[in-house]
Write a new protein. Structure first.
Length: 293
C-alpha cells in the first residue's frame, strides 16, 4: 500500500486541523496514512493516531507522499532528509505571504518538486500559480443528513469562532427581523454579539464549541446561515461544507470560497442583501411547514 504522511498543526482543533483528519479518514482504507504534528495535539483529537515529530529520535516522515495541510504548518529540518516521491502543499488561507514563505521553505533544497493544491478557486486566483482545487469537504463518517423535526420551533443556526470580526454588522438587524417571525436563532460563537442582541427574544447567543460537537449542533438547526465581516476574506469556510454534508438548507452571503460549493448545492442559496436573506429563510420555513403537515 502507498504510504502517505499528513502533517498539520493539530493544536487548536480548528477547521484546518479537521481537514487533515478528514483526509486521513478518506485515505486510510486504500493507503498507509500517518498523521504528524510538531506539538502536543489538542485533546479533542485524542481518538486519532497523531504522532508528534521527534526527528532526533528517528520519528519523522522519510519517504512516500508528504501532504502539508495548510500553509501555516511548520516544516522542520527533518524535511531536508526525506526521500519523498511526492510533496503536496495545501494552501487554505487568504494570505499570500504565508504561501510564499511555505513554498520557499519546501523548495529551497531543490530535492522535491512541490505540487500545490488550493482550498478554493478564489485563493488560487490570488496566487496565480498552477494547482489543483481541493475543496475541504468533510468525511461522510462524521456528518449525517439532518432530518426535519416536528417537536421544535423552526431554527436558523450559525457556527463560527466567537470573535466580533467573524460577524457582519448587518446581521444584527437580520437576526432581529427573523425573531419577529417566531423563528429561533442559535448563534454558536455569538457571545461577542451580546451588547446588541442579549435583549432580543428568540435569539440564543452561545460560546464556541469543540469541532467534534459540530455534527450534533447542526442537527438542532433547520437552516444554516453564514456571513462574515466585510473585512474578512473567507478562503473556504469549512463549517459551510459541514452544513451541506448534513443536508441542511444553507443561506450564505455571496462572497468567499464556500460559494463554489453552495452554488451547486440543491438546497444552497446565496444572497447579497438582508432582504434577500430574509425572504429566502422565510421561504425555507414555509416549505418545511408544508412538508411536515
Amino acid at each position: 500500500m502507498e504510504t502517505i504522511h499528513i502533517i498539520a498543526p493539530f493544536i487548536n482543533a480548528n477547521g484546518g486541523d479537521w481537514r487533515a483528519i478528514d483526509m486521513y479518514l478518506t485515505l486510510r482504507d486504500t493507503a498507509q496514512v500517518h498523521l504528524w504534528c510538531t506539538n502536543t495535539p489538542h485533546s479533542s483529537l485524542a481518538l486519532y493516531p497523531i504522532r508528534q515529530l521527534r526527528p532526533y529520535q528517528g520519528e519523522a516522515p522519510i519517504d512516500g507522499t508528504l501532504i502539508i495541510s495548510g500553509t501555516s504548518t511548520a516544516v522542520g529540518s527533518w524535511y531536508d532528509a526525506g526521500r519523498f516521491h511526492r510533496v503536496v502543499l495545501i494552501h487554505n488561507l487568504y494570505d499570500q505571504s504565508l504561501f510564499y514563505n511555505s513554498m520557499h521553505r519546501l523548495s529551497r533544497s531543490g530535492k522535491h518538486q512541490v505540487e500545490i493544491a488550493y482550498a478554493s478557486q478564489m485563493i488560487k486566483e490570488t496566487i496565480g500559480l498552477p494547482g489543483e482545487i481541493l475543496h475541504p469537504l468533510p468525511n461522510p463518517d462524521r456528518f449525517k443528513p439532518v432530518k426535519s423535526r416536528q417537536d421544535r420551533r423552526f431554527t436558523v443556526g450559525r457556527i463560527s469562532s466567537d470573535k466580533i470580526g467573524k460577524h457582519h454588522y448587518r446581521d444584527i438587524e437580520l437576526y432581529r427581523r427573523l425573531a419577529t417571525y417566531d423563528i429561533k436563532i442559535k448563534i454558536v460563537g455569538g457571545t461577542s454579539l451580546a451588547p446588541w442582541l442579549s435583549d432580543c427574544p428568540n435569539v440564543e447567543l452561545l460560546p464556541c464549541i469543540p469541532q467534534d460537537e459540530v455534527p450534533e449542533m447542526l442537527s438542532s438547526f433547520d437552516c444554516f446561515y453564514y456571513r462574515v465581516s466585510s473585512h474578512l476574506k473567507e478562503a473556504f469556510g469549512i463549517v459551510v461544507a459541514e452544513a451541506v454534508a448534513s443536508g441542511l438548507p444553507v443561506v450564505c452571503y455571496d462572497e468567499g470560497g464556500y460559494t463554489e460549493i453552495v452554488s451547486g448545492y440543491e438546497k444552497g442559496f446565496l444572497f447579497e442583501t438582508n432582504e434577500e436573506a430574509l425572504n429566502q429563510i422565510l421561504k425555507i420555513k414555509s416549505l418545511q411547514s408544508k412538508t411536515i403537515t
